[in-house]
Design a protein around this ligand. Structure first.
Ligand code: G4P
Length: 530
């Protein structure tokens, strides 16, 4: 059996985040290419078809051309075992991204060099900052007109309040893009037209003091600019501090072009050295060491029907400690039961493979007969682990949903409950009214479309949806509160979630303030603690 410590030490688990179109998918594919996990022509056309095969799975995603759900891919590179967590770019699915980031040890943030920070980058960064995970920045599309690298770095520092350290420095951009200067090796990695669209490029290396050779490669004007830039950067005297990187306070910045596969391999190599193997995780206020030989994991994602032929549901879990073994029984803490995880699998690019073992840092998917919920802990019996829950985002859009065909009650309930368990939507009902409508809350309106589509295609149920005017939801803190006796504005609605917790739906902050002012002792929470 492989050595536990060695196996865990070589694990690197990270998420790639970006605003849609910055190049996340392209970068992911190039990384997989280096790992030999996929073979691809690398042309734009090839990429477009391959992309659906690699990370998208729902028809809806294909129709709308967006990546909705996140997937996980594992590959080997130079002795490292790498787990990439792909995240949905669309803002309506930021909750899914948040959960995925809970499973990652670091994040790679892809930024379009012409656009700089965009709204979704901002949101995702905040989530990373909340978890203090190290963030590595890849500034992409240097083969196109780009903003000044100084300006881009300044924007990152000012907006995010972190330090930046350029690991390499671009030489020109757009038609004039000539490559990057590697600040550690003090060498130039030259780019020329030959590279455009290539899968693997041969680096042309050249030092700053090789003036003639350099002039031939990048021209006298760019050589002068580069010398000035490097003098300025080196003179600025910022020390590279790996500890600061690991604390999430300093972001190493790389420039390149994912589409042209330029700057990817140096990025990958440097990145792997800077990121860490799996980190300890907090459980029951205790710390679980990843090298503890006992297996423990938490569920961060539940995904249904990834494969139409199987109609199955998969719970993705991040292993936090020890070794997972296929034929052993483990304890599902929330369910209070011992069980054998069925069909444990990992995604190797397009392929789903059944695995016999996996280690801390790895993400495994297991067959879920409907028993797991997001945030659940699975561990070796007697270990008494229970990882911190993953908070639920407060939904911002609400609709009353009912089935069109009254005969399909069972399918409707099953479908809507399962989709809610996956965390894609939240469901509520009005207590004591006998109304059969379900109130659905979502973080982004696109989730309503997904719900409608999935109920129809997977459960055969058509629904009617009526938008509701609520925008804010608060959980009532004290279980003893007599809700009907509260003094609330007439447009405030009392509902319960499927665990029986009381909530209030409000149309505005003003109504929340009213409720708090008029009802002494009322305490409201923005997040659900469960
Ligand atoms: P995303 O996952 O972050 O949403 O972005 P994605 O990789 O899909 O890239 C968005 C577009 O940007 C794609 O073009 C892609 O080919 C292009 N792109 C990515 N990296 C680079 C780069 O380094 N240079 C240039 N010039 N373009 C880049 P598209 O035409 O929108 O899509 P497709 O037809 O290629 O799929």
């Amino acid at each position: 059996m492989p050595d536990l410590k060695k196996e865990i030490e070589r694990r690197r688990t990270f998420a790639i985040i970006s605003h849609p179109d910055a190049g996340k998918t392209t970068l992911t594919e190039k990384l997989l290419l280096y790992g030999g996990a996929i073979q691809m022509a690398g042309s734009v056309k090839g990429k477009a078809t391959a992309r659906h095969a690699v990370s998208d799975w729902m028809e809806l995603e294909k129709q709308r051309g967006i990546s909705i759900t996140s997937s996980v891919m594992q590959f080997e590179y130079e002795g490292y075992c790498i787990n990439i967590l792909d995240t949905p770019g669309h803002q309506d699915f930021s909750e899914d991204t948040y959960r995925t980031l809970m499973a990652a040890d670091s994040a790679v943030m892809v930024i379009d060099a012409a656009k700089g920070i965009e709204p979704q980058t901002r949101k995702l960064f905040k989530i990373c900052a909340m978890r203090h995970i190290p963030i590595f920045t890849f500034i992409n599309k240097l083969d196109r007109e780009a903003r000044s690298p100084y300006e881009l770095m300044e924007e990152l520092e000012n907006e995010f309040g972190i330090g930046t350290y350029p690991m390499n420095w671009p030489i020109g951009c757009g038609r004039d893009f000539k490559g990057v200067y590697d600040r550690e090796k003090r060498e130039i990695l030259a780019f020329n037209e030959f590279h455009r669209g290539q899968n693997k490029i041969q680096a042309i290396e050249c030092r700053l003091d090789e003036a003639d050779k350099l002039d031939g490669l990048i021209g006298a004007r760019l050589r002068q600019t580069l010398s000035d830039d490097i003098e300025l950067l080196d003179g600025a005297g910022y020390e590279f501090d790996l500890e600061e990187v690991r604390r999430g306070k300093l972001s190493p910045v790389f420039f390149g072009s994912a589409l042209n596969n330029f700057g990817i391999e140096p990025f990958l190599e440097r990145f792997l050295k800077m990121t860490m193997p799996p980190l300890p995780r907090i459980s029951n206020n205790d710390i679980i060491d990843p090298f503890d030989s006992r297996f423990s994991a938490f569920v961060f994602k539940i995904q249904a029907n990834m494969n139409k032929a199987h109609r199955d549901r998969v719970a993705f879990m991040r292993i936090c400690s020890g070794r997972f073994e296929r034929d052993r029984d483990y304890f599902h803490v929330q369910g209070g039961k011992t069980l054998r995880l069925a069909q444990p699998q990992q995604l190797m690019a397009q392929e789903r493979a059944i695995i016999d073992e996996a280690y801390a840092g790895d993400i495994i998917g297991v067959f879920d007969p409907g028993i797991f919920s997001i945030g659940d802990t699975i561990c070796e019996k007697g270990m008494n682990a229970c990882f911190e829950g993953i908070p639920t985002f407060a939904p911002e859009h609400f609709a009353a949903v009912e089935r069109v065909d009254t005969m399909k009650r069972k399918q409707f309930e099953k479908g809507i409950t399962q989709i809610a368990q996956e965390g894609a939507i939240q469901i509520f009902h009005e207590p004591h009214t006998g109304v059969e409508e379900v109130i659905v809350g979502v973080v982004g309106v696109l989730q309503f479309e997904v719900l409608e589509y999935r109920l129809k295609t997977e459960y055969g149920v058509d629904i009617r949806r009526r938008s509701m005017p609520y925008e804010l939801v608060r959980w009532v803190d004290n279980e003893e509160t007599d809700i009907p006796a509260l003094n609330l504005t007439s447009d405030t609605k009392w509902v319960q979630d499927f665990k029986g917790n009381n909530l209030l739906l409000f149309t505005s902050q003003w109504c929340i303030n009213w409720a708090l002012q008029k009802n002494e002792g009322l305490s409201l929470r923005e997040f659900n603690k469960d």
